[in-house]
Design a protein around this ligand. Structure first.
Ligand SMILES: Nc1ncnc2c1ncn2[C@@H]1O[C@H](COP(=O)(O)OP(=O)(O)OP(=O)(O)O)[C@@H](O)[C@H]1O
Ligand SMILES: [Mg+2]
Length: 367
């Protein structure tokens, strides 16, 4: 990056790259800044040099100006850095989620307990983690069939930690064309690595980390870029969590799955009767419910994912709404309505999908 100076600011004689600005500031003051930040600070130091010279009526050297600027502008620099972070958060469409999402997940639903023990508690009980030498995971993969709640879990984690949530989608990285994907991926991850208190989420991870043996040349480059980028998250001192999700764990490059890159590889599968009860309760509280045999609902949703349950409730709610519009009187949802909608549905979890998932869980899980 070259220093850009606006028309009415002080004239800078030399145009320096970010790296050059960074090393100049380091030589003069011993303070180290990322090239992008250094470039903007260098412009301000030049302005400060001019201001200081004017104030003292003599030509102040660059080193004096640099040290004076950094010493007296500590607070300004901090504010400036946090301002820059806000810029990046905005640019990346950072969201926040309520802590309530965590409570929509039944305590017995895997991997809630595991996530709590391995991720939430070590990150929130920092002193205890330090005392026991526990390093909270920084890089995680969730895998499992579609609609089992992987994204929901990641949002719940961001909510319970009160951290920002940034989703990076493969389509977003492909905006400038497929051949720029690798460069966009690197630039995006470099940016988010400077943030604080952020859960970075990459869905459909297999699109970015496809097994190199089966991938074409472009895919191989992207997977290679990922292999370089993931370990960099582990060297960061700031509070960041990179979570990737996939339906196709076996399509990921084996090098990514080996210990050292991702700290945890966590399966997210079907729901037990108790876990379905929590989700059914959650959705029942949101519709105009009448006489319901709850046990029938629990029994009949054995192969349902959370996404299937959500769809079932959307359909049933619409049914009651249409009925009330047609009849002009209060219409409540009953067990029969549920059974009628279920009869037309094809739950996601078939024997084959469950069997494959169980095999994958044995082969790939690492917690
Ligand atoms: N415990 C839960 N309680 C209520 N709703 C849930 C729960 N878990 C998931 N859902 C809902 O189910 C739907 C599917 O969940 P989600 O999108 O997290 O699945 P996914 O595993 O990420 O799916 P995909 O693999 O297709 O990306 C979402 O609308 C989500 O809000
Ligand atoms: Mg998802």
């Amino acid at each position: 990056m070259r220093c850009q100076v606006s028309e009415n600011s002080v004239k800078i004689e030399e145009s320096l790259s970010g790296e050059e600005c960074s090393s100049k500031i380091f030589e003069m003051s011993g303070a180290k800044f990322e090239p992008e930040v250094a470039c903007e600070l260098w412009e301000k130091i030049q302005q400060h040099k001019w201001l200081l010279s004017e104030r003292l009526s003599r030509d102040v050297g660059a080193r004096t100006a640099c040290i004076d600027f950094l010493e007296n502008m500590d607070q300004a620099v901090d504010e400036y850095l946090s301002y820059k972070r806000k810029d990046v958060l905005n640019e990346m469409g950072a969201q926040t989620f309520s802590r309530d999402i965590w409570d929509t997940i039944s305590d017995s639903q895997p991997p809630k307990q595991l996530v709590n023990r391995r991720i939430i508690l070590p990150l929130t009980m920092e002193d205890l983690s330090r005392k026991h030498g526990v390093n909270p995971p920084r890089t995680i993969i969730f895998f499992g069939p579609p609609g089992t709640g992987k994204t929901h879990f990641v949002r719940a984690i961001a909510g319970v930690l009160s951290w920002w949530f940034i989703e990076i989608s493969p389509s977003m990285l492909m905006e400038d064309g497929a051949d720029k994907l690798g460069a966009n991926l690197r630039r995006t991850l470099e940016k988010v690595r400077k943030l604080q208190d952020v859960v970075i989420f990459i869905d459909e991870f297999e699109e970015l980390a496809y097994c190199r043996d089966e991938a074409d040349r472009l895919d191989k480059c992207i997977t290679n870029e990922f292999l370089k980028q993931v370990p960099l998250f582990k060297n960061q001192s700031n509070r960041l969590l990179l979570v990737c999700a996939t339906n196709y764990i076996r399509h990921l490059d084996p090098a990514l799955l080996r210990p050292g890159r991702f700290d945890c590889i966590i399966p997210v599968g079907g729901l037990s009767a108790d876990e379905r009860k929590t989700i059914l309760d959650y959705y029942l509280s949101r519709i105009n419910v009448g006489q319901i045999d709850f046990n029938i609902l629990v029994a009949q949703t054995a192969r349902f994912t959370p996404a299937d349950i959500q769809y079932l409730f959307e359909q049933v709610a619409q049914l009651a709404f249409d009925r009330e519009v047609a009849q002009g009187k209060d219409c409540k949802v009953n067990t029969e309505d549920f059974l009628n909608v279920m009869a037309r549905m094809h739950p996601t979890l078939t024997d084959e999908i469950i069997e494959e998932f169980e095999k994958d869980s044995l082969t790939y899980s690492r917690v």
